[in-house]
Design a protein around this ligand. Structure first.
Ligand code: SAM
Length: 287
């Protein structure tokens, strides 16, 4: 059916609860009620929520396996004037969920289509907000690779990341992942595990990685449900390092990721006119 409309529709990106239905915002419900149809990652799951809130709306499937095709199809619908909502299984769409292609298409090619965020729950931000770790700077990593080599490589790159790190992890890989973090980041790195947020078995627990592994092993039931890891950023440990400014340390750490140690130290020493010896000592103490 073609809508007889010269004006494009709007595309609403609607966040949905990550467990507790009471977290559905009033504006999100109003939006889902007023659009012409909803693009849903899983029409069955979204159907259940809509039923709970007594919203009767046509649902179309939009997930990672049909996204390429459906982004184009539904873009045409929006251009014809259909107001459309995009939702994922839970939380904020596009945050490790489908939606990127259609937003990119609308934003780049059809700037007359209004893309309107309807903000709400996001598990990563919820976990970060209760972690007790610095929130002024953080990085979001999504899921690490399920392939061991790739996962190890990424963790090695993250070892000296000084911002708080957010990682999604599936329950069946959690212990393996914790062991990898321990081996690469060291046993003392502090980490918070946020599990089943907003649900009945919600649990948020922080400790150094060694203790966390022991804690999990005491009761493997803790490895059930949905899990997020919030890892403390890389810390400069020794007092002596205070002689090196954060800017110098950042340069050194960035260069170490790409170059042999000696070369990284030489370049940093030249840029900032600091003693190589000092940089080398810093490297030895913190590697
Ligand atoms: N878009 C979603 C959001 O905004 O929260 C994230 C989707 S991602 C595919 C799913 C992952 O998010 C889960 O494997 C888990 O790591 C995390 N997650 C989702 N809901 C959660 C919850 N209630 N408690 C803890 N982690 C959750």
């Amino acid at each position: 059916m073609k809508k007889n409309n010269t004006k494009s529709g709007n595309l609403y990106v609607v966040a949905t609860p990550i467990g507790n239905y009471d977290d559905f915002s009033k504006r999100a419900l109003i939006t889902l009620n007023k659009v012409d149809f909803i693009l849903a990652e899983d029409t069955r799951k979204t159907g259940l929520i809509l039923k709970y809130f007594n919203i009767k709306k046509k649902l179309y499937s939009y997930h990672e396996h049909n996204e390429k095709k459906n982004a184009k199809i539904f873009l045409e619908k929006i251009k014809q004037g259909y107001n459309t909502a995009l939702v994922s299984d839970s939380g904020t769409p596009l945050i490790n969920d489908p939606g990127y292609r259609i937003i990119k298409l609308c934003r780049k090619k059809y700037t007359n289509i209004k893309i309107i965020p309807i903000p709400g729950p996001c598990s990563a931000i919820s976990a970060l907000s209760v972690s007790g770790l610095p929130t002024n700077r953080f990085c979001y990593e999504g899921f690490l690779s399920y392939k061991k080599n790739k996962r190890i490589k990424r963790l090695q790159e993250l070892k000296t990341e000084y911002r708080t790190i957010i990682i999604y992890e599936s329950t069946h890989r959690l212990l393996k992942c914790l062991y990898d973090i321990k081996n690469i980041f060291g046993k003392n790195r502090y980490l918070v595990i946020a599990r089943e947020l907003t649900k009945k078995w919600e649990n948020i627990h922080g400790d150094n990685i060694s203790n966390l592994i022991k804690w999990f092993k005491l009761d493997l039931n803790k490895i059930k449900g949905e899990i997020i890891l919030i890892i403390s950023g890389y810390k400069i440990l020794s007092k002596k390092n205070l002689e090196l400014s954060p800017k110098i340390i950042k340069t050194l750490l960035n260069l170490i990721k790409e170059l042999p140690i000696k070369k990284a130290i030489d370049i940093t020493a030249n840029i900032y006119s600091v003693k190589r010896n000092l940089l080398y000592k810093f490297y030895i103490k913190n590697k």
